[in-house]
Design a protein around this ligand. Structure first.
Ligand SMILES: Nc1nc2c(ncn2[C@@H]2O[C@H](COP(=O)(O)OP(=O)(O)O)[C@@H](O)[C@H]2O)c(=O)[nH]1
Ligand SMILES: [Mg+2]
Length: 248
């Protein structure tokens, strides 16, 4: 780990072979906010991502880098980044995909929402194609994504329209620390596993607010390759084994 980024809002960006795709402008837009720090996690990349992240951390004080020597997958990359982010005792932590399909201004809006008095404990972005908003998804991904999100929400009684949007923010409290103690059983459906862990931690119920995004764009170059389909199926099974008892 390098750099010292600690700020009230700490955002984790998992990066696996992102050297050609990482949008410097979006990172700069986030890091320009004096309340925001970034934890960029290199997930065992083989394409020069680590050098790029280290250069950024040298140039921008609000950027820290976590280096995972071997590829662990997005779930573990995010978990390790969040654990690093929590070390500085921020108010809020969150994560966002390296392609910034959720643009920086939207991430900042979600962060502002969770810092208001009486705000919820968790704020998540939601890709709802409402009139007047820009939500651009390829039809096949849109349909498959809707099926997966609807299934997960109903099966685990989450009442969340879009469980899989890449932008999620959390109040940095003990409940979240506890939820991040152990590695996730899932590799791709970890968002749902994390939300269930937060929900199932003893104490007052966590308030979750889903925020429809003004703008979200599917960015080409998804790192979720077709060969990961088998892993996604394994994730469904892992969720079922651990949380089947919660089924509605
Ligand atoms: N595919 C993949 N992505 C990873 C991994 N580790 C971290 N990531 C990051 O997880 C995010 C996945 O987003 P993306 O590839 O756009 O997937 P999408 O959800 O299909 O659009 C990116 O920021 C990746 O760099 C990994 O092992 N595999
Ligand atoms: Mg993407």
């Amino acid at each position: 780990m390098s750099g010292s980024a600690d700020r009230p809002v700490m955002l984790v960006v998992p990066c696996f072979n992102e050297a050609a795709r990482l949008p410097a402008g979006e990172l700069a837009a986030l890091a320009a906010n004096p309340d925001v720090g970034l934890v960029l996690v290199d997930d065992g990349s083989t394409d020069g991502t680590l050098d790029l992240l280290n250069r950024l951390a040298k140039e921008v004080p609000a950027v820290a880098v976590v280096h995972l020597a071997t590829n662990q997958g997005k779930a573990e990359a995010v978990r390790r980044g969040l654990l690093r982010a929590l070390e500085g005792r921020p108010e809020v932590v969150g994560f966002v995909d390296a392609d910034f399909a959720t643009p920086a201004f939207e991430v900042l809006r979600l962060a502002a929402g969770i810092r208001q008095p009486g705000a919820p404990d968790v704020v998540i972005g939601s890709r709802v194609l409402l009139s007047g908003r820009t939500v651009v998804r390829r039809p096949v991904r849109h349909i498959l994504g809707r099926i997966v999100a609807t299934y997960l929400s109903l099966t685990y009684a989450l009442q969340i329209y879009d469980t899989q949007c890449g932008a999620k923010l959390f109040r940095a409290d003990e409940r979240l620390r506890h939820a991040l103690d152990a590695p996730f059983a899932t590799r791709w459906l970890f968002d749902v596993e994390l939300l269930m862990r937060v929900r199932d931690t003893p104490g007052p119920p966590a308030a979750v607010r889903e925020e429809p995004l003004e703008e979200w764009r599917d960015i080409p170059g998804s790192r979720l390759a077709a060969r990961e389909v088998g892993q996604v199926l394994k994730d469904f099974r892992a969720l079922h084994l651990r949380h089947g008892r919660d089924s509605a």
